[in-house]
Design a binder for this molecule. Structure first.
Ligand SMILES: [Zn+2]
Length: 372
Protein backbone atom coordinates (compact mmCIF):
# COMPACT_ATOMS: atom_id res chain seq x y z
CA UNK A 1 0.00 0.00 0.00
CA UNK A 2 1.24 3.45 -0.95
CA UNK A 3 2.22 5.89 1.79
CA UNK A 4 4.46 5.90 4.82
CA UNK A 5 3.91 5.22 8.49
CA UNK A 6 3.53 8.23 10.70
CA UNK A 7 2.96 6.52 14.03
CA UNK A 8 1.03 3.90 15.95
CA UNK A 9 -1.73 4.96 18.31
CA UNK A 10 -3.62 2.42 20.43
CA UNK A 11 -2.66 -0.31 18.00
CA UNK A 12 -3.77 1.65 14.93
CA UNK A 13 -1.24 2.34 12.22
CA UNK A 14 -1.46 5.91 10.92
CA UNK A 15 -0.39 6.02 7.29
CA UNK A 16 0.15 9.21 5.33
CA UNK A 17 -0.58 9.15 1.63
CA UNK A 18 2.00 11.00 -0.50
CA UNK A 19 -0.81 13.28 -1.72
CA UNK A 20 -0.94 14.71 1.79
CA UNK A 21 2.50 16.31 1.49
CA UNK A 22 1.33 18.15 -1.61
CA UNK A 23 -1.84 19.31 0.11
CA UNK A 24 0.18 20.33 3.16
CA UNK A 25 2.34 22.56 1.00
CA UNK A 26 -0.74 23.95 -0.74
CA UNK A 27 -2.34 24.87 2.60
CA UNK A 28 0.85 26.51 3.90
CA UNK A 29 1.28 28.39 0.64
CA UNK A 30 -2.29 29.69 0.55
CA UNK A 31 -2.04 30.77 4.20
CA UNK A 32 1.32 32.51 3.78
CA UNK A 33 0.39 34.32 0.58
CA UNK A 34 -3.35 34.86 1.08
CA UNK A 35 -4.78 34.54 4.55
CA UNK A 36 -2.07 36.06 6.76
CA UNK A 37 -1.18 39.05 4.54
CA UNK A 38 -4.91 39.92 4.40
CA UNK A 39 -5.55 39.39 8.12
CA UNK A 40 -5.98 42.23 10.63
CA UNK A 41 -3.29 43.19 11.38
CA UNK A 42 -1.57 41.77 8.30
CA UNK A 43 1.41 39.44 8.67
CA UNK A 44 3.91 39.14 5.87
CA UNK A 45 7.14 37.48 4.79
CA UNK A 46 8.89 34.80 6.85
CA UNK A 47 6.54 35.13 9.80
CA UNK A 48 3.57 34.40 7.53
CA UNK A 49 5.24 31.18 6.30
CA UNK A 50 6.11 30.02 9.82
CA UNK A 51 2.56 30.71 11.02
CA UNK A 52 1.30 28.95 7.89
CA UNK A 53 3.21 25.81 8.85
CA UNK A 54 1.94 25.98 12.44
CA UNK A 55 -1.67 26.43 11.31
CA UNK A 56 -1.39 23.60 8.76
CA UNK A 57 0.06 21.26 11.40
CA UNK A 58 -2.80 22.10 13.78
CA UNK A 59 -5.31 21.57 10.99
CA UNK A 60 -3.89 18.21 9.98
CA UNK A 61 -3.66 17.23 13.64
CA UNK A 62 -7.36 18.04 13.89
CA UNK A 63 -8.13 15.74 10.94
CA UNK A 64 -6.21 12.98 12.67
CA UNK A 65 -8.15 13.49 15.93
CA UNK A 66 -11.40 13.36 13.89
CA UNK A 67 -10.37 10.00 12.39
CA UNK A 68 -9.18 8.67 15.74
CA UNK A 69 -12.60 9.34 17.23
CA UNK A 70 -14.18 7.11 14.54
CA UNK A 71 -11.53 4.47 15.08
CA UNK A 72 -11.85 4.40 18.86
CA UNK A 73 -15.62 4.00 18.75
CA UNK A 74 -15.29 1.29 16.10
CA UNK A 75 -12.81 -0.56 18.30
CA UNK A 76 -15.14 -0.23 21.27
CA UNK A 77 -17.86 -1.84 19.14
CA UNK A 78 -15.51 -4.75 18.49
CA UNK A 79 -14.57 -3.76 14.93
CA UNK A 80 -10.80 -3.87 14.46
CA UNK A 81 -9.28 -0.79 12.81
CA UNK A 82 -5.84 -1.81 11.61
CA UNK A 83 -5.12 1.45 9.85
CA UNK A 84 -6.01 5.11 9.45
CA UNK A 85 -5.02 6.50 6.11
CA UNK A 86 -4.66 10.25 5.73
CA UNK A 87 -4.94 11.52 2.18
CA UNK A 88 -6.02 14.48 0.08
CA UNK A 89 -8.65 16.33 2.08
CA UNK A 90 -9.07 14.05 5.01
CA UNK A 91 -8.72 10.55 6.25
CA UNK A 92 -10.23 7.12 6.23
CA UNK A 93 -10.41 4.74 9.15
CA UNK A 94 -10.10 1.34 7.53
CA UNK A 95 -12.49 -0.85 9.45
CA UNK A 96 -12.10 -4.60 9.15
CA UNK A 97 -15.85 -5.13 8.83
CA UNK A 98 -19.14 -3.30 8.57
CA UNK A 99 -20.84 -2.21 11.81
CA UNK A 100 -23.09 -4.92 13.25
CA UNK A 101 -26.20 -2.74 13.47
CA UNK A 102 -27.47 0.75 12.55
CA UNK A 103 -27.00 2.06 16.08
CA UNK A 104 -23.30 1.22 16.07
CA UNK A 105 -22.90 2.78 12.64
CA UNK A 106 -24.50 6.05 13.80
CA UNK A 107 -22.28 6.23 16.87
CA UNK A 108 -19.09 5.60 14.86
CA UNK A 109 -20.11 8.06 12.12
CA UNK A 110 -21.33 10.86 14.40
CA UNK A 111 -18.18 10.79 16.55
CA UNK A 112 -16.14 12.46 13.79
CA UNK A 113 -18.19 15.63 13.18
CA UNK A 114 -18.91 15.96 16.92
CA UNK A 115 -15.17 15.84 17.59
CA UNK A 116 -14.54 18.47 14.91
CA UNK A 117 -17.22 20.73 16.43
CA UNK A 118 -15.71 20.25 19.88
CA UNK A 119 -12.30 21.22 18.52
CA UNK A 120 -13.81 24.29 16.84
CA UNK A 121 -15.34 25.39 20.14
CA UNK A 122 -12.09 24.69 21.97
CA UNK A 123 -10.03 26.81 19.57
CA UNK A 124 -12.70 29.52 19.60
CA UNK A 125 -12.65 29.68 23.40
CA UNK A 126 -8.86 29.78 23.33
CA UNK A 127 -9.07 32.75 20.96
CA UNK A 128 -11.57 34.52 23.25
CA UNK A 129 -9.22 34.26 26.26
CA UNK A 130 -6.84 36.56 24.39
CA UNK A 131 -3.89 34.28 25.19
CA UNK A 132 -2.95 33.59 21.54
CA UNK A 133 -2.73 37.35 20.90
CA UNK A 134 0.40 37.44 23.08
CA UNK A 135 2.23 36.05 20.05
CA UNK A 136 2.15 38.08 16.87
CA UNK A 137 -0.30 36.29 14.55
CA UNK A 138 -1.28 33.78 17.23
CA UNK A 139 -4.92 34.80 17.23
CA UNK A 140 -5.16 34.51 13.44
CA UNK A 141 -3.80 30.96 13.59
CA UNK A 142 -6.24 29.91 16.31
CA UNK A 143 -9.18 31.57 14.52
CA UNK A 144 -8.27 29.83 11.29
CA UNK A 145 -8.05 26.39 12.93
CA UNK A 146 -11.36 26.99 14.74
CA UNK A 147 -13.10 27.97 11.48
CA UNK A 148 -11.66 25.03 9.57
CA UNK A 149 -12.71 22.53 12.22
CA UNK A 150 -16.22 23.90 11.99
CA UNK A 151 -16.07 23.57 8.18
CA UNK A 152 -14.67 20.04 8.48
CA UNK A 153 -17.51 18.99 10.77
CA UNK A 154 -20.15 20.52 8.48
CA UNK A 155 -18.63 19.11 5.30
CA UNK A 156 -18.52 15.62 6.75
CA UNK A 157 -22.21 15.85 7.62
CA UNK A 158 -23.16 16.09 3.92
CA UNK A 159 -25.51 13.14 3.41
CA UNK A 160 -23.46 11.30 0.78
CA UNK A 161 -21.90 7.94 1.50
CA UNK A 162 -19.05 7.37 2.45
CA UNK A 163 -18.96 10.76 4.20
CA UNK A 164 -20.03 10.65 7.86
CA UNK A 165 -23.41 12.21 7.03
CA UNK A 166 -23.88 9.55 4.34
CA UNK A 167 -23.11 6.86 6.90
CA UNK A 168 -25.75 8.28 9.21
CA UNK A 169 -28.17 8.29 6.27
CA UNK A 170 -27.28 4.69 5.54
CA UNK A 171 -27.83 3.70 9.17
CA UNK A 172 -31.25 5.33 9.10
CA UNK A 173 -32.23 3.55 5.87
CA UNK A 174 -30.80 0.31 7.23
CA UNK A 175 -32.80 0.63 10.44
CA UNK A 176 -35.98 1.21 8.41
CA UNK A 177 -35.55 -1.58 5.86
CA UNK A 178 -33.31 -4.00 7.72
CA UNK A 179 -31.35 -4.37 4.49
CA UNK A 180 -27.76 -3.15 4.62
CA UNK A 181 -27.18 -3.72 0.91
CA UNK A 182 -30.08 -1.63 -0.35
CA UNK A 183 -29.34 1.03 2.29
CA UNK A 184 -25.77 1.22 0.99
CA UNK A 185 -27.00 1.50 -2.60
CA UNK A 186 -29.27 4.42 -1.78
CA UNK A 187 -26.72 6.19 0.45
CA UNK A 188 -24.10 5.58 -2.26
CA UNK A 189 -26.35 7.21 -4.86
CA UNK A 190 -26.69 10.18 -2.51
CA UNK A 191 -22.87 10.16 -2.38
CA UNK A 192 -22.73 10.40 -6.17
CA UNK A 193 -25.22 13.26 -6.15
CA UNK A 194 -23.19 15.15 -3.53
CA UNK A 195 -20.03 14.35 -5.52
CA UNK A 196 -21.49 15.75 -8.75
CA UNK A 197 -22.79 18.76 -6.82
CA UNK A 198 -19.31 19.51 -5.49
CA UNK A 199 -17.82 19.09 -8.97
CA UNK A 200 -20.37 21.49 -10.45
CA UNK A 201 -19.88 24.02 -7.68
CA UNK A 202 -16.12 23.80 -8.09
CA UNK A 203 -16.39 24.23 -11.85
CA UNK A 204 -18.55 27.34 -11.43
CA UNK A 205 -16.11 28.84 -8.96
CA UNK A 206 -13.24 28.13 -11.29
CA UNK A 207 -14.88 29.59 -14.37
CA UNK A 208 -16.90 32.47 -12.93
CA UNK A 209 -14.68 33.69 -10.09
CA UNK A 210 -11.34 32.31 -11.30
CA UNK A 211 -11.04 30.85 -7.84
CA UNK A 212 -8.52 28.01 -7.61
CA UNK A 213 -10.39 26.71 -4.58
CA UNK A 214 -12.87 25.46 -7.18
CA UNK A 215 -10.33 22.93 -8.39
CA UNK A 216 -10.22 21.67 -4.85
CA UNK A 217 -13.96 21.10 -4.73
CA UNK A 218 -13.84 19.31 -8.08
CA UNK A 219 -11.17 16.89 -6.86
CA UNK A 220 -13.17 16.16 -3.72
CA UNK A 221 -16.30 15.63 -5.83
CA UNK A 222 -14.56 13.18 -8.15
CA UNK A 223 -13.15 11.30 -5.20
CA UNK A 224 -16.49 11.09 -3.44
CA UNK A 225 -18.13 9.79 -6.58
CA UNK A 226 -15.63 6.98 -6.97
CA UNK A 227 -15.69 6.08 -3.29
CA UNK A 228 -19.49 5.96 -3.32
CA UNK A 229 -19.75 3.43 -6.14
CA UNK A 230 -16.74 1.41 -4.99
CA UNK A 231 -18.13 0.86 -1.52
CA UNK A 232 -21.46 -0.33 -2.91
CA UNK A 233 -19.82 -2.67 -5.40
CA UNK A 234 -17.62 -4.13 -2.72
CA UNK A 235 -20.54 -4.75 -0.40
CA UNK A 236 -22.52 -6.29 -3.24
CA UNK A 237 -19.61 -8.62 -3.94
CA UNK A 238 -19.37 -9.57 -0.27
CA UNK A 239 -23.08 -10.14 -0.05
CA UNK A 240 -23.27 -12.20 -3.25
CA UNK A 241 -20.30 -14.35 -2.34
CA UNK A 242 -21.21 -14.76 1.31
CA UNK A 243 -21.19 -18.36 2.41
CA UNK A 244 -18.80 -19.38 -0.36
CA UNK A 245 -15.51 -20.80 0.78
CA UNK A 246 -12.34 -21.13 -1.23
CA UNK A 247 -12.77 -24.92 -1.39
CA UNK A 248 -16.08 -24.51 -3.22
CA UNK A 249 -14.57 -22.89 -6.28
CA UNK A 250 -10.86 -23.63 -6.26
CA UNK A 251 -9.47 -25.51 -9.24
CA UNK A 252 -8.48 -29.12 -8.70
CA UNK A 253 -6.34 -30.99 -9.57
CA UNK A 254 -3.57 -28.47 -9.98
CA UNK A 255 -0.90 -28.53 -12.64
CA UNK A 256 2.36 -28.11 -10.78
CA UNK A 257 5.91 -27.55 -11.95
CA UNK A 258 8.80 -29.39 -10.26
CA UNK A 259 11.32 -26.90 -8.91
CA UNK A 260 14.24 -28.45 -10.81
CA UNK A 261 12.53 -28.08 -14.23
CA UNK A 262 14.36 -25.73 -16.59
CA UNK A 263 12.81 -22.54 -17.87
CA UNK A 264 12.85 -24.11 -21.34
CA UNK A 265 10.57 -26.88 -20.03
CA UNK A 266 8.51 -24.34 -18.13
CA UNK A 267 7.81 -22.47 -21.35
CA UNK A 268 7.19 -25.47 -23.62
CA UNK A 269 5.50 -27.97 -21.31
CA UNK A 270 3.52 -25.54 -19.17
CA UNK A 271 2.91 -22.01 -20.42
CA UNK A 272 2.41 -23.04 -24.07
CA UNK A 273 0.28 -26.07 -23.25
CA UNK A 274 -1.86 -24.63 -20.49
CA UNK A 275 -2.19 -20.91 -21.04
CA UNK A 276 -2.21 -19.39 -17.54
CA UNK A 277 -0.41 -16.50 -15.91
CA UNK A 278 1.32 -18.55 -13.23
CA UNK A 279 1.94 -22.07 -11.90
CA UNK A 280 2.59 -23.47 -8.44
CA UNK A 281 6.03 -25.03 -7.99
CA UNK A 282 6.64 -28.17 -5.93
CA UNK A 283 9.64 -29.68 -4.24
CA UNK A 284 8.86 -33.40 -4.02
CA UNK A 285 5.21 -33.26 -2.92
CA UNK A 286 5.62 -30.03 -0.93
CA UNK A 287 4.46 -26.65 -2.15
CA UNK A 288 7.60 -24.57 -2.85
CA UNK A 289 6.42 -21.36 -4.53
CA UNK A 290 4.78 -19.76 -7.56
CA UNK A 291 6.30 -18.95 -10.92
CA UNK A 292 4.74 -16.41 -13.28
CA UNK A 293 5.00 -15.62 -16.97
CA UNK A 294 6.49 -12.24 -16.10
CA UNK A 295 9.26 -13.90 -14.11
CA UNK A 296 9.98 -16.15 -17.08
CA UNK A 297 10.05 -13.20 -19.46
CA UNK A 298 12.56 -11.48 -17.18
CA UNK A 299 15.23 -14.08 -18.05
CA UNK A 300 17.07 -13.87 -21.43
CA UNK A 301 16.11 -16.77 -23.69
CA UNK A 302 19.66 -18.11 -24.05
CA UNK A 303 19.73 -18.79 -20.29
CA UNK A 304 16.47 -20.76 -20.21
CA UNK A 305 18.21 -24.10 -20.67
CA UNK A 306 20.46 -23.86 -17.67
CA UNK A 307 18.18 -21.97 -15.27
CA UNK A 308 15.94 -24.02 -12.96
CA UNK A 309 12.47 -22.75 -12.04
CA UNK A 310 13.56 -22.68 -8.38
CA UNK A 311 15.86 -19.76 -9.17
CA UNK A 312 13.19 -17.36 -10.44
CA UNK A 313 10.06 -18.41 -8.53
CA UNK A 314 8.51 -16.49 -5.63
CA UNK A 315 9.27 -18.81 -2.69
CA UNK A 316 6.41 -20.10 -0.53
CA UNK A 317 7.77 -18.17 2.47
CA UNK A 318 7.01 -14.83 0.85
CA UNK A 319 3.52 -15.84 -0.32
CA UNK A 320 0.37 -15.92 1.72
CA UNK A 321 -1.39 -19.07 0.53
CA UNK A 322 -5.11 -19.55 1.06
CA UNK A 323 -6.84 -22.04 3.28
CA UNK A 324 -9.75 -24.07 1.81
CA UNK A 325 -11.98 -22.60 4.50
CA UNK A 326 -11.13 -18.98 3.71
CA UNK A 327 -13.96 -16.73 2.67
CA UNK A 328 -14.14 -16.11 -1.11
CA UNK A 329 -14.75 -12.37 -0.85
CA UNK A 330 -11.79 -11.93 1.50
CA UNK A 331 -9.61 -14.01 -0.82
CA UNK A 332 -10.64 -11.86 -3.77
CA UNK A 333 -9.88 -8.71 -1.79
CA UNK A 334 -6.39 -10.07 -1.10
CA UNK A 335 -5.86 -10.82 -4.79
CA UNK A 336 -7.00 -7.36 -5.84
CA UNK A 337 -4.80 -5.70 -3.23
CA UNK A 338 -1.74 -7.81 -4.10
CA UNK A 339 -2.40 -7.53 -7.88
CA UNK A 340 -2.20 -11.32 -8.34
CA UNK A 341 -4.43 -13.37 -10.59
CA UNK A 342 -4.00 -16.78 -8.95
CA UNK A 343 -3.38 -17.83 -5.37
CA UNK A 344 -2.36 -21.31 -4.19
CA UNK A 345 -4.53 -23.13 -1.66
CA UNK A 346 -2.26 -25.04 0.69
CA UNK A 347 -3.05 -27.60 3.38
CA UNK A 348 -0.30 -28.99 5.59
CA UNK A 349 2.43 -27.83 3.22
CA UNK A 350 0.84 -29.53 0.20
CA UNK A 351 -0.98 -27.81 -2.60
CA UNK A 352 -4.70 -28.54 -2.46
CA UNK A 353 -5.95 -26.32 -5.25
CA UNK A 354 -5.66 -22.97 -6.87
CA UNK A 355 -8.01 -20.02 -6.78
CA UNK A 356 -8.10 -17.61 -9.69
CA UNK A 357 -9.56 -14.15 -9.77
CA UNK A 358 -11.44 -15.12 -12.91
CA UNK A 359 -13.17 -18.02 -11.12
CA UNK A 360 -14.33 -15.78 -8.28
CA UNK A 361 -15.59 -13.12 -10.68
CA UNK A 362 -17.34 -15.82 -12.74
CA UNK A 363 -19.13 -17.09 -9.64
CA UNK A 364 -20.06 -13.52 -8.75
CA UNK A 365 -21.51 -12.99 -12.22
CA UNK A 366 -23.51 -16.21 -12.17
CA UNK A 367 -24.84 -15.55 -8.68
CA UNK A 368 -25.89 -12.02 -9.52
CA UNK A 369 -27.43 -13.07 -12.87
CA UNK A 370 -29.50 -15.76 -11.25
CA UNK A 371 -30.27 -13.68 -8.18
CA UNK A 372 -29.40 -15.02 -4.76
ZN1 LIG B 1 -15.36 11.41 9.60
Amino acid sequence: MRGFNLMNIVGIRVVIDPSWLFIFFLVVWSLATGYFPEAHPPIQGGAAWILGVVAALLLFGSVLVHELSHALLAQRAGIPVPRIRLFLFGGVSEMASEPQNPGTEVRIAAAGPLTSFALAILFYLLSVTGLPSLINGGRQVVDYVAALNLALGLFNLLPGFPLDGGRILRAWLWARSGNLLSATRTAGRAGSVVGFGLMGLGFLQLVKNHNLGGLWLMVIGIFLNQAASASYEFLLLRDTLSGYRVRHIMTQPVITVPEHASLEELANEYFFRHPRGSFPVTSGDRFAGMVSLDQLKGVPREEWNRTPVRQIMTPAASLRPLDPDDDCATALEGMVRGVVGRLPVVVGGRIAGILSRRDVMQLFKIRSDLGS
